[in-house]
Every structure is written in C-alpha cells, then in structure tokens.
Design a binder for this molecule. Sequence first.
Ligand code: WT7
Length: 648
Amino acid sequence: MSNESLANLLKEERRFAPPADLAAAANVTADAYAQAASDRLGFWAEQARRLSWAVEPTETLDWSTPPFAKWFKDGKLNVAYNCVDRHVEAGNGDRVAIHFEGEPGDSRSITYAELQREVAQAANALVELGVEKGDRVAVYMPMIPETVVAMLACARLGAPHSVVFGGFSADALATRIADADARVVITSDGGYRRGKPSALKPAVDEAADRSDQVRKVLVVRRTGQEVAWNDERDVWWHDIVGRQADTHTPEAHDAEHPLFILYTSGTTGKPKGILHTTGGYLTQVAYTHHAVFDLKPETDVFWCTADVGWVTGHSYIVYGPLANGATQVLYEGTPDTPHQGRWWETIAKYGVTIFYTAPTAIRACMKWGDDIPAKFDLSSLRVLGSVGEPINPEAWMWYRKHIGADAVPIVDTWWQTETGAIMISPLPGVTETKPGSAQVPLPGIAATVVDDDANEVPNGSGGYLVLTEPWPSMLRTIWGDDERYKDTYWSRFEGKYFAGDGAKKDEDGDIWLLGRVDDVMLVSGHNISTTEVESALVSHPKVAEAAVVGATDPQTTQAIVAFVILRGGASEDDGLVEELRAHVAKALGPIAKPKRIMPVAELPKTRSGKIMRRLLRDVAENRTLGDVTTLTDSAVMDLIQAKLPAAG
Ligand code: WT7
C-alpha cells in the first residue's frame, strides 16, 4: 500500500459535542489522556486497583521477552470473586445482576446474592465432575443465565473455558474441543431462536462421540426438547448443580493464570485459539466498561446484544459489567421475534440506559423502518455503542436520530478478540464525535497508523493500524502455537502489533477504520477501501446495505463490484443502478465509481454478522464458491448467484 493509499475519500464534516450534563458528571474526563501519557504503566497499575487482589501486584508489566507479556505477574486474584462475591460483601447483594429476557417472553431477574450462590453451586458441581484447576472446559450454550454462571464457575476454579458459539456446527465444535483438549462440555438441550427451540445437544453428542477425551457433558434443560442420552457421559445440570452447597471458597489464581481460550477464524488455516489471562484482562475490561460507557452501577441498566460466544459477550456481558457491579439485560433471542420492535420494547421494559450493539444490526433495523423504534419509549438511553465493523456514517446518524433521540452520544468502539477489550473509542463525556470514526486510542493505549515501511503516516493519510505498546488485556499467545502468535501479529512490523485492519488518520489525527487489509481494492493504481464505497452507497436514500468487492479486471487490475440491498419500498428500476454509480462518484470521486452494482435480497454474513466478501468476490469473478460453512445461511449465495447468469 502506498502512502496516499486509502486516501481520505469520504469527507465527513458532521460533529457532535458530548451532552453537557453527561460531560459534567462523566466517570472519565480529558485529563485521563494526559495522566496516562505521562506514566502509562502507573496509569494501568492504578486501574488494577479497581479489582480486589488477594495478593497485590508489585510489578505492572514484564516485557522482557516480547511479544510475550506478563501483566501484574506477582499478583493473585479470583475473577469470579471480583465479579460476584465482592459486590455481595460490599452490601449490594440485592442489586440485580442480570435481567434475563427469554425469547418466548419468560423472564427472570437474578441478584448478585443469587448469582453468588449459583456460581458456588456450579463450581462445586464441576469439582464433583472431576474438573481441576488448569483443565479446559468447553461451553456450547444459548444466551441464558446458566451460561454466565458456567463461565464464572470455570473462572472460579481456574479452569479455562472455551466458549464455542451455539450457531457453530458439530464439526467446528469438535475441532475446538480437540485443540483445547477439553474434557468436560457444558451445553443445553437447546435455546429459543426465531420463535422455536433450536437444538444444541445433538452437535455436542456428535462432537463428543468423535473425541476420545470428552468425559462428561453437563446439560442445562432450557427448551425441554427431546435429547439423546448417554448415561456414562451426560449429566443434567438440575440433577447435579441444585444439590451442591451454595458456598465455595475461591482460590486466588496468579494474574497470568489462563482465564479463557476463544477461537477466531483466521482467513486461512485452522482457527486460532486466542488465550486470555486473569489480572490484566479483568483490569482492562473493567476500566473500559467504566470509561467508555460511563457506567454508574447504582443507576444504569446496561445491555450488550452480542452473543456470549463472541469476545464482545465475554468482555461486555460477563467480565466487564459484572466486575463493575452493573445491572444488565441478557436477551436470548433474535431482534425480530416475535416482532421487529423486540429490542426497543425490551429497552423500555427494563429502562436500559446504555445500549451496545453492532452495525449489521443497526442496518437491519434501518431496513425495517423508522416507524418501528418510534413506537417505544427509548428515553432512558444515555449512551449508545457500536462494535464489530466500521459503522457507515449513515447508519451512525440513523442510530443517533432514531434510537438516541438526536442527543445520545455514540461510542464507536474498535477492538478485536485478540485485544480482549476496547482499544480505540470516543469517551462519551469528552470526545466530540464524528459519524463513522472510532477516533482516539483510550487512555493508556498506544495505537497509530503506519505505511508499508512501518513509518507513522501524517494526518490525512492511510495505512495499517498498529498498536505500539503492550496493553493489559492483550492476547498472551495462540493456544499451543507461540510461533503462529509471533508470525501473525508481531512479524509484519518490528516491535509493533499488526491488527490486520486498514485505517487512516484525518486532518485532526483521528482514526478511521477501513476494514480488514484484505478488503482493500486496487483500482488503476489507487487503493480504495471497501468500507468507504459501502458507506457512500448506504448514504443513498434507497440503499439499506451494501457490500463491495474488487474483482480482477484486465484494464484496471481490480474493478469495483457492489452488491446492494434496497430499502423497503425502493424498486430496482432501470435508472437506479446508474443513479447509484453517479452517487458514489459524487461522494468519493470518479475513481471509486463501481463498475457493476447488483441489487440483491440478502448478503452473505458470518454468524458474527460480518460480510463474507471472499464469497462475493468468487461470484464477481465467476468462480466456484469457496468454503461456506461459517455462513449463517448458505442459501443466500444461491439467491445471489441465480441473479447473475452472465456475470462478467
Ligand atoms: C475485527 C475484530 C471486537 C469485538 C467484535 C469483533 C473489526 C471491530 C470495529 C469498529 C471498525 C471494527 C475489525 C477488527 N472491528 N470493531 N468499531 N470499527 N472495525 O471481534 O471477531 O475479533 O473482529 O472487527 O476489522 O479487526 P473480532
């Protein structure tokens, strides 16, 4: 990528100052940046004091063998004690930890005191099943309270969990069980999705049958659906957990004791088991949840819509909010069951004040129409968050206007499974926000944009996002593969962490994320980001969603091919494609004008909501489709291909 690559094509001039009342009472103010800059390690040592340590650390960071970091290494603590017991001891046992909202409409509010008893019982049950400190436990669950309880029980024992998203196949589960050598699997009969029970246990049965290491499968009854039963291996949660003592003495684990493994699918090869450890991880998730969401635990109701199977669920459903003693909503199902206003109804029901979701969901809500959120009272909201991919400025504006009453600040949070916690984000009481930009590294975080030769680019230029200093919640390695850890993240630029994302710095030095570097197109010698062309398309009133790829082209190296979903009501008449091409040319310049634009009904997405551009590239280049196993719905690709009889 050249220095003028990923040039600042899109001009976004809108600015939104933080609301004065929020700013006046904000948890974190502008001095945090200066304080952290003058003494970064001192800053993190101070943040570590948010936690209760059984043995206080005296050393903040050991970076003597980079890229292998040890944070707070002589400290000891128990994560579950920090997330549960200490709040009860502080007199907050009656505070609701989790408002659980089941998809069929059942609900249950669990206080910190109740959570403490359930976690203790689950920990005792795991001990009875033979789980010891250091053993890996696989968790394959729907979005129910027992999932959180199971994760905390593992953390309490020092048995690293490996949560596998419930939408993954038996195959994917089996590979992950094998890689982590998990001996115990925690699952349920199923969970509710889209109005019906969706089975989980059959995939576990298949994976466990194929493995010779799985000894026990602990099964929560959620839906009551039929399950096959293996008397040697299977144990009902209600049989074993309910009869355990409801107290359990937590052991203090080393700060660097493994807390969990979470697999992320690389672009090639087998999934990477990202390893997170105890003290640094909990410090940064607690701090960022406090700072970025301005959490006031006595009064706020937090809701992160991610699945616990993703890192967002680990850090901002389980560990961050609970470490901070927050009250939060846990919702089992899909946003459109039984109607497209389910999320907004839930916000009104619990008085949610802080809401954290993904751009893909925001765009789906845009497509369903403005009138849907308008029917609900969303006035409790005071902070809105976004995560998972770059948020198009128009989706950002819609979120602010239709969910945030044109007043609520939006925090666009950039981070990764590997970073463990939020790294780049506005602070809601400090930052003047810009639609579409994650803007600034948080206090204590060092991030920048470099060119091919690792030189920091000047403002107004683009390149690669890198992290230039270690951070407390960084991955420690790839499970079982230190070499791959070094190669993947630390070899592209000497001494810097390579995130794999393209980014640019605007004239103010604010950071704009441009998508994965594999998603940058080369058109007649110019590097153009798929994200920017997509944002330009989505800024047209008739477009709800867009996916852009570069297809090999004899004249221009790559040609821009766009797939668009039209907004409800818009029709695909003759002039529309030309109108959209002209619209992009006007927004970004003629070089970014798509060669072809195809209206489609759906886009291929991974189960975490990311567009699979690789498959669209296959379509655009008339190739047989690559691996579609991680798609939410593989029929989508048939529909798209059927639309393109003579592509090319
Ligand atoms: C990749 C990491 C972090 C939790 C969910 C995803 C993209 C994430 C943003 C954002 C632009 C973003 C990046 C990143 N991404 N947040 N706010 N703006 N891009 O975790 O599955 O590990 O994916 O998601 O490309 O590298 P993940």
